[in-house]
Design a protein around this ligand. Structure first.
Ligand SMILES: Nc1nc2c(ncn2[C@@H]2O[C@H](COP(=O)(O)OP(=O)(O)OP(=O)(O)O)[C@@H](O)[C@H]2O)c(=O)[nH]1
Ligand SMILES: [Mg+2]
Length: 273
């Protein structure tokens, strides 16, 4: 069939198509990739800044290896995501990534994968761009986790990643700041132990143990009951009431204690309906 015949067949066919036929046919295509997250399974969304290595260097000119304006923008973005229409239980941020644990019973958008991913990525991109005053984009993936133990291990994993990266970044940027080239800094760090990396820092007056915990462990946030004070204008008495508030934890524990913290947050959230 030549191009002319092909074009004429297409236009003939289009003339015969009514809306209902088109609607049925196209919806089948449109829905062919629709998937939902299984009920009764924990879900974590992880968002990650797209191309932030270049942006942190070229566009934003951030402090190296850690910048407080960037950290605060990530924290504000995480806070926004905890409260943007989904039922979130725990938020965690380190470097340019954010992990969000959905409530086990969250059923927003019928747990449709495409809705969760696209809305969270869009919300994060807008919130973060407004914080930084320049456009930036986040990607988003969903991680299904069958058991509470898997959830605990997931957050332990991201925290270990933060810990490893912070030691490497400190080492790398300390060498760079004393004039060592990028290649040479990479070479000096390759294949050496954590103890040796600590030693590189120590020789230059930096004690890794003394660095702020948020840089080594990331930052977490979760809802908890907090006592608030009010005033009753009728009786002119001070009143106390309890309400759920988002708690920001800048000094997360590590290891077993962190596991315990996540397990407790999960248990408490599962008590709610
Ligand atoms: N200077 C500086 N850089 C930071 C800070 N926090 C994160 N970064 C940088 O952000 C980047 C995050 O790494 P990746 O997510 O692996 O790299 P990416 O360029 O975003 O790549 P994709 O995520 O694959 O798009 C690293 O280059 C970090 O050094 C900070 O506080 N200061
Ligand atoms: Mg990134």
């Amino acid at each position: 069939m030549n191009a002319k015949q092909n074009k004429s067949n297409i236009s003939k066919r289009e003339n015969n198509m009514d809306f209902d036929t088109l609607d049925k046919q196209m919806s089948r295509f449109e829905q062919s990739l629709d998937r939902t997250m299984l009920e009764g399974i924990y879900v974590v969304a992880r968002l990650d800044g797209h191309g932030f290595t270049r942006l942190t260097k070229k566009e934003w000119n951030l402090e190296k290896p850690f910048d407080t304006k960037f950290r605060d923008a990530m924290i504000e973005t995480t806070k926004h995501l905890m409260d943007c229409g989904f039922r979130m239980v725990y938020g965690y941020t380190q470097s340019d990534e954010i992990s969000l644990l959905f409530h086990l019973k969250d059923d927003t958008f019928g747990r449709k994968e495409r809705k969760l991913i696209s809305i969270l990525a869009a919300e994060a991109s807008v919130a973060f761009s407004m914080q930084m005053g320049k456009a930036a984009v986040f990607d988003c993936r969903l991680v299904p986790l069958p058991t509470a133990e898997n959830v605990v291990d997931y957050f332990r994993w991201r925290q270990e990643d933060a810990h490893r990266n912070s030691l490497n970044s400190y080492c790398y940027w300390t060498l760079r700041k004393e004039g060592v080239s990028a290649d040479e800094a990479q070479k000096r760090m390759s294949g050496i132990s954590n103890g040796e990396k600590n030693e590189i820092l120590f020789e230059r007056g930096i004690n890794y143990n003394d660095l702020p915990l948020w840089q080594k462990r990331g930052v977490g946030m979760y809802y908890r009951d907090e006592q608030r004070q009010g005033f009753n204008p009728m009786t002119k008495e001070t009143t106390f009431f309890v309400r759920q508030a988002l708690h920001l934890e800048m000094e997360l524990p590590m290891g077993q204690e962190y596991s315990q913290m996540i397990a407790t947050i999960l248990e408490d959230s599962n008590k709610e309906k």
